[in-house]
Write a protein that binds this ligand. Structure first.
Ligand code: ZN
Length: 484
């Protein structure tokens, strides 16, 4: 049984404290509440609530394919979800359309001049595939704000914090210089070498931080001396000098030499979509806290939580509590499906019209394509119960896509709504069984806090904490530290 809270609204639709599923069930059986929405499960009370609800924080880890969402109240997990975007699908559809139009211009159809120089892009324009991700997240934050007493937003803005690398003292928190700083450097190197082993070009992790010029041979701890290497190559290289290790590949040696000395520009850390998202979230009117990817990973490791999109979301930002229990939680899997297409006639793979034009009418017998329905069929060939997404037909004979199969020809008479189409599809992820160890915050005291400058690679250095050196020695790794 999932511990994900059930959202509660009072009779005036004012959000109240989310409650445990068992309490919600009791309220429903006693007739004190009714189901308001199925996904996310929300109940509406039949009376007004006078209590002031406890404020919640929504945390967001935006990703290219999937975004993690988590609701936290102080140190407690309240609700979590993973939102799957359709960015790549949008891109495919648009390039598909472009190809069709281009081919139409060369065929014997009415001539339509190619249009160009008539388009202007507004400032801050982003491709539709990227904007779709921003809109998905915006609509979910707004939706959750209507269902729960949310007062603050946290989001991951950048992969690594160049600010902290430039001037570690900038925020004055002790741990930033020590272990956290290491995490920022790791994220920085992963980005710099494009998550690829410099020696064999594999993209398969885990990666090690390799001291290009070995430490035992006098190599430094500076970031410019660190390269990304897979575990195999790292072990093979051991403490050999780069010139010896790559004696038969002088080209590669020269390439790595060049690459490692080139600092990443600031722009590499900046992800346009995330900045756009920040702007959008700020427009909602709630305070927005931002964090870096390095900090997220640091927090997640500190809390001993295994990686998932929603767990990452829960660890975003400095507001992350010192302990977080995620056992018994199950993320709601939300998949953006779009709301149909504007195409009035389907086309075959050559772009020719296929079949009759689409009807303008979208809903038939009270159902619309995309609604989630339950059909209990008690006679005929298709006896059984089917739960899933419906595709409507004018005839009233619908298709239902269940978890496992596509069932065709189910009459509308058997169908009942569970959730009306809202552009998303829903499911549930795995229930977390993992026991969480509570780890105390490790505060390390660097002996010599050096001023770091991102654009001057010679000034880079890594401060290793005592705990980390011990760890490295224990696992007999000579020249590298494990990355995951
Ligand atoms: Zn390798």
């Amino acid at each position: 049984m999932s511990k994900n809270s059930v959202f509660v609204l009072d009779t005036n639709r004012k959000p109240c404290n989310p409650t445990h599923p068992a309490v919600a069930r009791k309220l429903l059986t006693q007739g004190k509440a009714a189901v308001f929405r199925r996904y996310p499960l929300t109940i509406i009370l039949k009376e007004e609530s006078k209590n002031k609800p406890k404020e919640l924080r929504i945390k967001i880890d935006p990703g290219a394919k999937t975004t993690g969402l988590a609701l936290l109240s102080d140190t407690n997990m309240v609700w979590c979800a993973e939102l799957e975007h359709r960015g790549f699908q949008i891109k495919d559809n648009l390039s598909d359309r472009r190809v069709r139009r281009r081919s139409r211009r060369n065929r014997k159809t009415r001539y339509r001049q190619p249009r160009f120089l008539n388009r202007k892009r507004r400032d801050g324009w982003l491709p539709p595939s990227l904007m779709s991700r921003v809109f998905n997240i915006e609509s979910w934050v707004k939706k959750l704000c209507r269902l729960a007493p949310i007062s603050t937003i946290s989001m991951e803005l950048v992969r690594f914090d160049t600010q902290k690398m430039v001037n570690p003292e900038i925020n004055g928190t002790e741990y930033q210089k020590g272990e956290l700083f290491g995490y920022e450097v790791r994220e920085y190197l992963l980005e710099k070498f494009n998550r690829t082993c410099v020696y064999c070009n594999t993209k398969e992790g885990p990666f090690n931080l390799d001291h290009f010029h070995p430490k035992s041979q006098g190599g430094s701890d500076r970031v410019s001396n660190l390269v990304l290497s897979c575990v195999k190559c790292n072990q093979k290289k051991d403490n050999k000098l780069p010139a010896n290790f790559l004696s038969d590949q002088p080209k590669l040696l020269a390439l790595i030499e060049k690459q490692r000395k080139q600092p990443l520009t600031d722009t590499a850390a900046v992800n346009a979509t995330r900045w756009k998202l920040k702007e959008t979230l700020e427009a909602i009117g709630l305070p927005v806290e931002v964090g870096s990817g390095g900090l997220t990973k640091f927090n997640r490791k500190r809390l001993g939580i295994s990686k998932s999109h929603w767990a990452d979301a829960a660890c975003v930002g400095t507001s992350t509590p010192n302990s977080l229990n995620i056992k018994g939680y199950q993320p709601l899997l939300i998949k953006a499906m779009g709301r149909g297409s504007r195409k009035m006639v389907n086309s075959d793979k050559y772009g020719f019209p296929r079949g009759a034009p689409k009807l303008r009418q979208k809903s038939f017998f009270g159902f619309q394509t995309g609604d989630l329905v339950k059909a209990v069929v008690n006679k005929g060939k298709k006896i059984g119960t089917y739960v899933g997404r419906v595709a409507v037909r004018k005839t009233g004979s619908f298709n239902i896509k269940t978890k496992t199969e596509l069932v065709q020809g189910i009459s509308h008479k058997y169908c009942q709504h569970t959730h009306k189409s809202d552009g998303f599809n829903y499911g549930f992820g795995e229930l977390v069984q993992q026991k969480v160890k509570v780890v105390k915050l490790i505060i390390s005291q660097p002996t010599n806090p050096t001023q770091l400058n991102l654009f001057d690679t010679t000034e880079f250095s890594i401060q290793t904490t005592n705990t980390k050196t011990k760890h490295t020695r224990k696992s007999k790794r000579k020249e590298g530290e494990q990355l995951s």
